[in-house]
Design a protein around this ligand. Structure first.
Ligand code: ATP
Ligand code: MG
Length: 402
């Protein structure tokens, strides 16, 4: 008898031709998620088995695996030979600790069709054994307190489990390309990054800081957020870009009402350079393994329509118009309350609400323009040397490993 964890594939079963590629990616991601532990990962029919680990690590391994995108169910199980007597002995032994009256049912799944009993027959045999061994157990088919799972797999092993949990679902990170995610220290952008990783996107983060106007703690907070997200997103790098000169120049030379939208335009143009010119990152990273496997092809932000004055369709349009690279805004239709709920669930909320100033609040006007017109933005941009400012900002790029 040995302890194993079984992970069932999710949505990727639907993906016909890509299936093998997706599964390979998923197995690689699974390995990464628990690389700090000693464990064996094996593929079986319709699922992945994790075994051979130190029982003391089981809870930590379970937690990490529950965050890997691409699995629909996760369950702790006992592995025995697919032999009727061994199955019955294992079930009886596992239930010995339950002393209070309880309702149960047995649910057998059999992918090994050569096993001599059908699933309904095995349900009956196991159920009968439980009832005759423990008088405080009662069968309840529709709404049992305990589901005894028996899964007979093609490797001639049986897996006995007690209740399965929903896993992270989504698609394996890496199968949908890569994106540059604008990560502030706020509540929204970590959630936006998480949502896109859930759709299989490999995420590289960029944070715009304004040191010394903003603190080193503010920079650290962003790295902390990236670290919290790491078991799910598997992201490896965070890029810092200093925009102090941009903000000072805008503050001095342009209409203050436009500060936010102009900063966003310049941030977008910096990101666009990074996406279109992979050398910018390659030249700055000595460990090439940290570079994204896929080509960066989109920008991700945590904007939500109308959440703050800067997030109107007019302002978002002006920022979109500044570059050709596509913007993905996964939270655009979400209420703040919904976003907070997800932030709490994924563990970023408590860090996000720490009170360190974001670069965007430096020089922020009291009444920012809410419906910026392209021609007015262009007039403001004409007052600064955007090319040089962008070039200078790109020379400050600092890449850190998460
Ligand atoms: P968040 O909670 O993500 O900070 P927010 O509601 O505070 O969002 P804004 O400050 O208007 O909204 O920022 C909108 C989006 O722009 C953010 O979600 C983020 O993607 C990006 N952004 C803002 N400031 C920065 C920054 N300093 N570095 C990187 N991205 C940023
Ligand atoms: Mg913010």
């Amino acid at each position: 008898m040995k302890n194993v964890i079984i992970l069932s594939f999710g949505e990727l079963w639907l993906k016909g031709e890509n299936r093998e590629h997706f599964i390979r990616q998923l197995l690689g991601n699974t390995k990464k998620a628990i690389e700090e532990f000693n464990a064996t990962i094996k593929r079986t029919d319709g699922s992945v088995l994790v075994c051979g680990y130190n029982p003391d690590d089981e809870q930590d391994i379970l937690r990490n695996l529950s965050l890997v995108f691409g699995y629909s169910k996760i369950v702790k199980a006992i592995e025995v030979d697919a032999d009727e007597k061994k199955i019955l002995d294992a079930v009886v032994k596992q239930l010995a600790d339950i002393s209070k009256p309880i309702t149960f049912k047995v649910q057998t799944k059999r992918t090994d069709k050569t096993f001599p009993k059908t699933s309904p027959e095995l349900n009956g045999i196991v159920g009968h054994k439980v009832l005759t061994t423990y008088s405080h157990f009662t069968v309840e088919i529709h709404n049992p307190e305990l589901v005894v799972g028996v899964s007979i797999k093609q490797n001639k092993k049986a897996y006995i489990s007690f209740g399965e949990e929903e896993a992270a679902c989504g698609l394996p990170v890496g199968v949908s390309g890569a994106g540059l995610s604008l990560l502030s220290g706020g509540i929204d952008s970590p959630v936006a990054s998480h949502q896109m990783a859930k759709r299989g996107l490999e995420i590289v983060y960029i944070n715009f800081e304004s040191f010394p106007y903003t603190s080193l703690q503010a920079k650290q907070k962003v790295l902390d957020l990236a670290k919290i997200l790491k078991p799910a997103t598997l992201s490896k790098i965070l890029i810092y870009c200093n925009i102090k000169e941009i903000q000072e120049t805008l503050n001095k030379n342009t209409d203050k009402k436009y500060a936010v939208v102009l900063t966003r335009v310049l941030m977008a143009r910096i990101c666009d350079e990074i996406v279109r010119n992979p050398k910018l990152l390659e030249e700055r990273i000595s460990n090439k393994k940290l570079l994204p496997k896929n080509k960066l092809s989109m920008l991700i932000t945590g904007e939500s329509l109308g959440q703050v004055a800067s997030q109107t369709i007019e302002n978002l349009t002006v920022v979109n118009n500044a570059i050709e690279t596509i913007f993905i805004r996964p939270l655009i239709a979400r209420d703040k309350e919904e976003i907070i709920k997800i932030a709490k669930k994924i563990g970023t909320f408590e860090t996000s609400i720490k009170p360190y100033e974001d670069s965007c609040t430096v020089f922020a006007p009291q009444h920012p323009i809410t419906k910026a017109k392209q021609k007015d933005v262009d007039l403001e941009l004409a007052r600064i040397d955007a090319e040089t400012l962008i070039k200078n900002a790109l020379s400050t790029l600092e890449i850190v490993e998460i």
